[in-house]
Design a protein around this ligand. Sequence first.
Ligand code: PHE
Ligand code: FE
Length: 290
Amino acid sequence: MADDSHVLDAPPAGANADWTIPQDWSRYTPEEHATWDTLFARQAKLLPGRASEAFLRGLDVLKLSKLGIPDFAELSARLTDLTGWSVVAVPGLVPDDVFFDHMANRRFVAGNFIRRPDQLDYLQEPDVFHDVFGHVPMLADPVFADYLAAYGRGGLRALELGALKQLARLYWYTVEFGLVAEPEGLRIYGAGIVSSFSETSFALDDPSPNRIALDMKRVMQTDYRIDDFQQTYFVIDSFDDLLRQTVETDFAPLYAEIVGEPAIPVETLLPEDRVITRGTQAYARGKAAG
Ligand code: PHE
Ligand code: FE
């Protein structure tokens, strides 16, 4: 969604009109299942006390600890019972309207390929580990499930209003890289963090990034980086609060105000920000210096 440069304009051969394809679960090799198991074991060990309650509960109720790459049919059956969502396979990135339409109808589109063993730590394209391990547990939470379905409807509307870039920033800073302030402390829930070994620690413990309270206008004006750890993370008070700020708010007046305005750079703090952690930005500066 963030980068459309390699999106096709029609479903590839073998795909359905809605761009879905069979997962072809029986075609995964033992090596591919082993890659999932390695990634799973590593994150499962790291996440208690770091991932949000809702995420950990999702892993459990969806029985994601079962060995091997999950079978989408089996996973969807459990998920549909809980929140009405299902998981469908797609060949890679799909056009925005297709993506939003599936989402509005509680179908989560997931890549069916898995990264190679030499890509355990990083890859740019979302694979089945990112999509299923990272995203699907949150969909077992009724509040988050409602949020993402509403986001799909909101996406179709943003397309009409010419505000896709603004709304995409909200996705990035919540669904992909969101933090939540739980009674015991900050926790991660964004799929891009929970599916990454190194960003799990960076997002919570490193002194480099800013961590600021989520404000709708602020987040929709903020740039993001797709090639490295974030320089700013946005923190929600709770998933109910996220729902209040989004589902119960009409974005049209907000879009009218900010579309066409310059973006706020990734590392900037504003006087009106509710700052939870003022970052040193040492990590990003170190990289820039080579
Ligand atoms: N309230 C948003 C709108 O008016 C829709 C939306 C809901 C967007 C939830 C994102 C998340 O367009
Ligand atoms: Fe993702």
